[in-house]
Design a protein around this ligand. Structure first.
Ligand code: ZN
Length: 175
């Protein structure tokens, strides 16, 4: 194996390690009735921000995992400039979060699964790599994508099921 292979293997295992931590955070969101999305910010191999979606819990439309993690990281570094940082997030960021990532001057974004309905990092828009803006991020996608999307699928499946229960006013388990 040559050095380049070694380096890319190392990046892959580091990415997966931090994505697993973002997945753990996403699971806390689900316990609170929020859509399970988790985010982690890493600086010099240290976690300086870790958050999960709290939109329902805080009743705040901006309480996305990425925004909360960005605020934590800025607090940790005592600056709004997050050069040298990487964000790991389970789902492709929306336009608000992609915009905030550009404003933070972060180096790199790693996300799990795509969001074809609202994603702004390659799906609907590509805000984080738009040459018209004054900062661009390096983007890696598809890290533990299956686990990240399973979390969401299971959440929405359960939600739909609960709704059906309410409508029929009966508890009829399919298993
Ligand atoms: Zn967002």
């Amino acid at each position: 194996m040559n050095n380049r292979d070694n380096k890319s293997l190392l990046i892959k295992s580091t990415d997966e390690r931090f994505m697993r931590i973002a997945i753990d955070a996403a699971q806390i969101a689900e316990e609170n009735g929020d859509v399970p999305i988790g985010a982690v910010i890493v600086y010099k191999n240290q976690i300086i921000g870790k958050a999960y979606n709290q939109r329902e819990q805080l009743k705040d439309p901006t309480a996305h995992a990425e925004i909360i993690a960005l605020t934590q990281a800025a607090e940790a570094l005592q600056t709004w400039r997050l050069n040298g940082c990487t964000m790991y997030v389970t789902l492709e960021p929306c336009p608000m979060c992609a915009g905030a990532l550009v404003l933070s001057r972060m180096d790199r974004l790693v996300f799990g699964c795509d969001d074809p309905k609202a994603g702004a990092c390659g799906s609907l828009y590509d805000i984080v790599r738009d040459g018209r803006l004054n900062h661009r991020l390096e983007v890696t996608t598809g890290v533990l994508a299956e686990q990240c999307s399973k979390l969401l699928q299971n959440f929405f499946r359960k939600k739909r099921y609960n709704k059906t229960d309410l409508k029929n006013n009966s508890v009829d388990f399919p298993f």
